[in-house]
Design a binder for this molecule. Structure first.
Ligand SMILES: Cc1ncc(C[n+]2csc(CCO)c2C)c(N)n1
Length: 215
């Protein structure tokens, strides 16, 4: 079993719970209350900026030049996506300006940034992988199950079910598998633990948006 197969098996129950969350079900049906989507978008905008910084830091710390370039490009892309959000969704969904991070976003972002800065780089790579992989799986899941033709959240769904995104996800998985193959068993276990923690934080991010959890 490859490291990534092992990692996904470890978060399968978390992924299953994510697909059953009201936020995801209602996003798929197009019935998610606007206020909850707005909360999510505002928090995601802050998330993307800091996630981009964490990715760039992992790129700077990567052992090989290929991984350095891969993660620097991921970092750039996260900020480009953030800018695109501001340019399109924010006006479409009546959101303006930047907002402070609420607890779930704050926790997730700071977990990623401290891991990127202070943990071994392979652990940091594993910590950012759920962001790619869970979004891909959730995007495909929602895309396959959507019925409402006039879903107001359709563009969001299309973003993560697209081909370009699929290629990035494969690349992120490959980088982790390569790093794991060169690592000790203890390090591989630490990578799995980081992958599980970040997956829990993904769950929390959506759950807190649904419940509008503020400080
Ligand atoms: C909380 C949260 N987690 C993951 C993503 C997904 N995501 C954001 S940027 C990016 C690729 C970076 O190059 C991916 C996969 C998100 N939007 N919000």
């Amino acid at each position: 079993m490859t490291w990534s197969e092992q990692a996904w098996a470890a978060i399968e129950p978390i992924y299953q719970s994510i697909t059953e969350m009201p936020f995801i079900l209602e996003l798929q049906e197009g019935t998610l209350p606007l206020e909850k989507f707005q909360f999510y978008m505002i928090q995601d905008s802050a998330y993307l900026e800091h996630f981009g910084r964490a990715l760039a830091l992992i790129g700077a710390r990567a052992d090989g030049i290929d991984d350095a370039l891969t993660f620097m490009r991921f970092g750039e892309n996260a900020i480009v996506v953030e800018n695109a959000l501001h340019a399109s969704y924010f006006s479409d969904f009546g959101i303006s300006g930047r907002s402070a991070m609420e607890p779930a976003c704050h926790h997730y972002v700071h977990y990623l940034k401290s891991t990127a800065a202070l943990e071994p780089v392979e652990v940091a790579m594993a910590a950012v992988l759920p962001c790619f992989w869970i979004y891909k799986a959730v995007g495909d899941h929602i895309y396959a199950g959507q019925r409402a033709a006039d879903n107001p959240y359709r563009r969001w769904i299309d973003t993560y079910a697209g081909e370009d995104f699929a290629a990035s996800v494969q690349q992120a998985i490959r980088s982790c598998d390569n790093a794991a193959a060169a690592a000790t068993e203890v390090m591989r276990k630490r990578m799995i633990d980081a992958f599980i923690t970040a997956s829990r934080l993904e769950y929390n991010f959506w759950d807190s948006a649904y419940r509008l959890v503020r400080w």
